[in-house]
Design a protein around this ligand. Structure first.
Ligand code: BGC
Length: 733
């Protein structure tokens, strides 16, 4: 060899520019992940393996320091990357570099009916997680909205399994494109916060398969999620975080999930079950009960020393441990051992813009008589903004999804910047009282004077924008407790009624993650259903109110007139929140949400899928490509939509399907496709929907399989689940 070349090669090798050939397989990125997993596993001691499968702090696991396998760092989720916590205490770490972008709550995301926005959401929040050196983002949540009282509905994607499935897949893909794992939660049947740690759910196999599991299945099979979180509650008598049927048989068996099943924080109750029934990482366990803790007692976890001991004694098989460690290693290779993953970015303008666009597309115009909205600039001289939610930071509180934000624009600030400060007057109107998060709020004893001042202001103004709804306090939209009543809290109904007496030009903006009763609905010309919108809340809200943005959100849940009209609630305590033994019997079965209202002919105040626009859309004729289909076919439906109005806008066309003569009870109709189309004023577009015939199936409990019966099916196209514009029927042979 030429002398110069050999000198060059020598210096390249010593400088590290040429790959070392003696790299162990698990560190060799040219090898596939499964080979690397096996190699790493073969090098680990028993103790090192056990160290990998339980927490070492509130939000991390240990990794394997000797082999250079990193710790896994996790963070909540799902609306932004949560602030840092102390190592071993539920205390904020008080870092100064952890103020994030708050994205809108997942109810808002679902209301956009726009899967592409969901991908942008996932990508952006994943970038924030990556920048903050998180390997797992604890979200999204896809528990089905069963009842309007559930304190955590705001963190989920509504009442329809098809909608939730279509929205969750791109979110996961977006997050994971950053080399950060999404963590799909809470698996499964965590549909209430009341007694969440002990409630036992009894639900039919059919409702489980048709309603409660599809969004998880889509997240695993299509989204390829890398981790899933088990839930606190029980199902058929067994805790869900070590549930043989749910985890071993369905998740890891039928759906072939190859990732990590981690516990919720403190959802583990037994070493043997945790070892044998699919738990891979144990987090958040208290060492003397569910939440109590002794300092740094992680060795006492069910999957720490107690497991090690039973393994050493041969009481539990080593194969159970190896399967867990393989999965944890796979997670590492996909995240913190992937040297190619991007670096992420944090609290950028780009992320704020994503948050704002999602907020704008998610706000739902429920009612708008005589085109009261939009309030174009200059229309009114004096606008009274009334209500605590116009100024209250709504990214704070709510439980684990709480956020510390770089900025949060309130509705009042958003409106001031659109209409000019001189045209806006503000009065709080009601108070929830001060608490740890909001010490500055007036006491409840000030309620009368707040109300009187607001009514006086309303009287003097040209129009009123009332901002109320729920908030993130305990007992509202907040983890670990459910709401106690369907009514608006803090005397808001009375306040709205008194305002209406002195000023009919009043619009109501409800900010919540749940349906609320609206006893004043007939007297209010315009109502917006808004959400916890995050950093850009005020800007998005003001742009919709002023008409800079034409609203296009659709309700991801039904708003019943009264609570008794909700299926789950109508069956009494045994159905929700549970009987004396804290078993909740899901007696409404498959008839959740609009499936109940529709089938039982109980009209909702505002139905699932409802949402108005400042323009009008006309729907053409719905036609199908064939009249007869075979089971293997895909149905192709087409129609035209036209924007007949004078402003540009977007419409979500929804396709529901009903079967004519089913052998079992089926909902009158079910959502099977939707498409959001953007149309300039006057524009017409053709839209095409494709529905595989197999998606018309129901779950047959006897056959333990999905069955499409030969029958006539009707396809309804609608602007909501009630506002059906056309339909077409076809036969399946
Ligand atoms: C919640 C989870 C959350 C975890 C960690 C639990 O109480 O149920 O959703 O990810 O805490 O904060």
């Amino acid at each position: 060899m030429n002398k110069y070349i050999s000198v060059l090669l020598f210096s390249l090798c010593t400088s590290g520019l040429v790959a070392q050939t003696n790299l162990p397989v698990y560190l060799d990125e040219t090898k596939n992940i499964e080979e690397r997993v096996e190699d790493a596993l073969s090098r680990m001691t028993l103790e090192e393996k056990v160290d990998m499968i339980h927490a070492q702090s509130k939000f991390s696991t240990k990794g394997c320091p000797r082999l250079g396998i990193p710790e896994i760092w996790m963070s909540d989720g799902p609306h932004g990357v949560r602030m840092e916590f102390a190592w071993d205490r539920w205390e904020y770490a008080e870092w100064t570099n952890d103020s994030c972008t708050a994205f809108p709550a997942l109810t808002c995301l679902a209301a956009t009916f726009n899967p592409e926005l969901s991908r942008e959401y996932g990508k952006a929040i994943g970038e924030e997680a990556r920048y903050r050196k998180k390997d797992v983002l604890l979200g999204p949540g896809v528990n089905i909205y069963r009842i309007p009282l559930n304190g955590r509905n705001f963190e989920y994607m509504g009442e329809d399994p098809y909608l939730a499935s279509r929205m969750v897949v791109p979110y996961i893909q977006g997050v994971q494109s950053n080399g950060v794992s999404a963590c799909l939660k809470h698996f499964a049947l965590n549909n209430q916060e009341t007694a969440r740690e002990r409630v036992n759910v009894e639900v039919s196999e059919r409702a489980l398969r048709e309603i409660y599991l599809p969004a998880f299945k889509a997240g695993v099979e299509e989204g390829k999620v890398w981790s899933v979180m088990g839930s606190y509650n029980k199902f058929r008598g067994q805790y869900c975080s070590h549930h043989k049927y749910l985890i071993q048989d369905i998740l890891k068996g039928e759906w072939q999930f190859d990732g990590v099943l981690m516990s919720d924080w403190g959802s583990i109750h037994d070493t043997r079950e945790a070892a044998m029934y699919g738990l891979d990482i144990e987090m958040g366990t208290g060492t003397d009960g569910l939440t109590q803790n002794t300092s740094s007692a992680y060795r006492n976890y069910y999957l720490a020393d107690p497991y090690l001991k039973q393994l050493q004694q041969g009481k539990l098989p080593m194969t159970s441990l190896d399967d867990k460690v393989r999965r944890v290693l796979r997670l590492c290779f996909r995240t913190n051992m992937d040297r190619e993953r991007p670096y992420g970015s944090f609290a950028t303008q780009e992320h704020a813009d994503v948050a704002r666009r999602i907020a704008e597309e998610g706000i739902v115009l429920l009612k708008n008589e005589k085109s009261f909205f939009p309030i174009v600039r200059g229309k009114y001289k004096k606008i009274a903004v009334i209500g605590q939610n116009a100024v209250r930071p709504l990214t704070v509180g709510g439980g684990s999804s709480e956020l510390k934000v770089k900025k949060e624009v309130s509705p009042l600030e958003g409106l001031q910047s659109v209409y000019g400060e001189g045209n806006i007057v503000f009065s709080m109107g009601y108070t929830s009282g001060p608490n740890n998060f909001h010490p500055q709020l007036p006491p409840v004893s000030a309620s009368d004077s707040l109300r009187q001042a607001a009514v006086q202001l309303a009287k003097e103004a040209d129009m009123v924008l009332f901002f109320g709804g729920l908030n993130k306090d305990q007992g509202q939209d907040c983890e670990s407790a459910d709401r106690q009543s369907y009514e608006l809290p803090y005397g808001q109904d009375q306040l709205i009624q008194e305002i209406l007496k002195v000023n009919k030009n009043t619009a109501v903006i409800i900010i919540s993650g749940n349906a609320v009763s609206m006893p004043w609905i007939k007297d209010v010309p315009t109502v917006l259903q808004s959400w916890y919108l995050g950093s850009e809340a005020g800007n998005a809200t003001a742009r919709v109110i002023s008409g800079d943005v034409n609203p296009s959100g659709k309700l991801p849940f039904s708003i019943p007139v009264k609570l008794e009209d909700n299926g789950a609630y109508s069956f009494g305590k045994a159905s929700y929140p549970g009987d004396e033994s804290m078993t909740a019997h899901y007696k409404e079965d498959i008839l959740v949400g609009y499936r109940w209202h529709d089938t039982k002919k109980i009209p909702a105040l505002f139905p699932f899928g409802h949402g108005l626009s400042y323009t009008q859309f006309s729907y053409g004729k719905l036609s199908s490509d064939k009249k007869i289909y075979q089971e293997k076919d895909t149905i192709r439906l087409s129609m035209k939509v036209t924007n007949k109005g004078t402003v540009d806008g977007a419409e979500t066309v929804q396709i529901y399907v009903g079967q004519s003569h089913p052998s079992v009870l089926r909902p009158k109709k079910e959502l099977k496709a939707f498409k959001k189309v953007f149309l300039s004023s006057g524009e017409t577009k053709d839209i095409v929907f494709t529905i595989p015939v197999k998606n018309l199936a129901f779950y047959d409990e006897k056959a333990k399989d999905w069955v499409v019966e030969p029958d006539r099916f009707t396809f309804f196209c609608g602007a909501s689940s009630v506002d059906i514009r056309d339909s077409v029927s076809a036969d399946v042979e």
